[in-house]
Design a protein around this ligand. Structure first.
Ligand SMILES: Cc1cc2nc3c(=O)[nH]c(=O)nc-3n(C[C@H](O)[C@H](O)[C@H](O)COP(=O)(O)OP(=O)(O)OC[C@H]3O[C@@H](n4cnc5c(N)ncnc54)[C@H](O)[C@@H]3O)c2cc1C
Length: 324
């Protein structure tokens, strides 16, 4: 007889888990209680390069490959474009950084980054030059989550669950994808999880013409739809209750100002301001494991700032471990 899995949480982790089980023709249900979800506010960006030290991110090649495969498959199944391949233009903050970038061309990260460039696009300000990461982009998480849910709406229920509930009757196992909703219980069991607050703005501008790239100067400006951009994101550790703040808004607007022609940045119209809590593990690696103390209950959490890139490979791995 087929086994049946309960997925708890319908954000990025839960949705990709549902998709993986669907592909394997496994029986499952999804409980989601409608509490705050990081996936609802995330810009959905992916980037194989960490700009701080100009190094490849963890397992970049494998994670990029599985990520592109997975979102392309989902895109086909739901019939909605979710995968947007867009290069990132990294503005160099100073000459030292520019020299460092240049020296990194001979390392592993060299396959992802362009040589130093000076041909600054119209409207962008980059006196120290810039570099490009071609293999970057963003995934429309809202469309993906809604689209997958619409494939099998009968499997979704608005319900709360916690580890103390155990494995409900009719199920063989639970995969806990509750994001920060699982924080207290996981911390009690010794799986350290933090909630890291982030804010993001949606802006309108019909004077900026860089709709074909994401601009990054620590903060980033990402074309989202015609004349509309996401500007993000702030980062604050260990916040319990997330809400948009004036400080967050100012921090974002001030940070992007030096990267954009003043006549353009002054014309930005703010049309939305959102915030959320990133579920972050102690060592920035996600949890994808069975709980020692609760056999049959698996945790898929701690996706942090790079959930879009990391989650498809992590989900694939945990599902194949469970089912094989
Ligand atoms: C401002 C901001 C910008 C970001 N930008 C990016 C980005 O550009 N790229 C990127 O890769 N990542 C980004 N992230 C991080 C990304 O959002 C996360 O890595 C990812 O969304 C986490 O997904 P999740 O499914 O683990 O958690 P969530 O999306 O939070 O989903 C958890 C779900 O569980 C449900 N739930 C909670 N408790 C219960 C319960 N007791 N019972 C039932 N259901 C429950 C909730 O309702 C929710 O739907 C950003 C985050 C923030 C805050």
């Amino acid at each position: 007889m087929l086994s049946k899995t309960l997925i708890v949480g319908g954000g990025l982790a839960g949705t990709l888990t549902a998709w993986a089980l669907h592909k394997r023709q496994e029986a499952f249900s999804v409980y989601d209680n409608g509490s705050a979800s990081a996936s609802k506010v995330a810009a959905g960006m992916y980037n194989p390069v960490s700009f701080k030290r100009v190094v490849e991110v963890w397992n970049a090649e494998e994670h990029m490959r599985v990520m592109l495969e997975t979102y392309s498959e989902i895109e086909k199944a739901i019939g909605v474009k979710i995968l947007n391949r867009l290069p990132i233009l990294r503005i160099f903050p100073n000459e030292q950084y520019r020299d460092h970038w240049s020296s990194r061309m001979n390392h592993e990260v060299g396959k992802w980054i362009s040589p130093v460039r000076e041909d600054v696009p119209e409207g962008v300000v980059a006196p120290n030059g810039f570099g490009i990461v071609e293999e970057a982009g963003w995934v429309n998480l809202q469309e993906m989550i809604n689209g997958v849910r619409c494939l099998f709406p009968e499997k979704y229920e608005q319900k709360s669950w916690s580890i103390s509930d155990g494995i409900p009757d009719g199920f063989d196992r639970v995969i806990d994808c509750r994001g920060v909703g699982a924080k207290d219980e996981l911390n009690e069991l010794g799986y350290k999880l933090a909630s890291d607050h982030g804010e993001i703005l949606t802006l309108k501008s019909n004077t900026l013409e860089t709709q074909d790239m994401i601009i990054n100067k620590v903060k980033w400006l990402m074309p989202f739809s015609k004349d509309t951009y996401k500007l993000g994101a702030t980062y604050e550790w260990g916040v319990e209750n997330s809400k948009p703040t004036d400080e967050g808004q100012n921090e974002l607007l001030e940070a992007i100002k030096p990267a954009i022609n003043p006549s353009i940045s002054e014309s930005f119209e703010i049309i939305n301001h959102e915030s959320g809590l990133r579920p972050t593990s102690h060592d920035r690696r996600p949890y994808a494991c069975e709980l020692n103390s609760h056999p049959g209950i698996y945790v898929l959490n701690g996706l942090g700032t790079r959930g879009v890139l990391v989650a498809p490979a992590i989900v694939r791995k945990i599902i194949s471990e469970i089912l094989n």
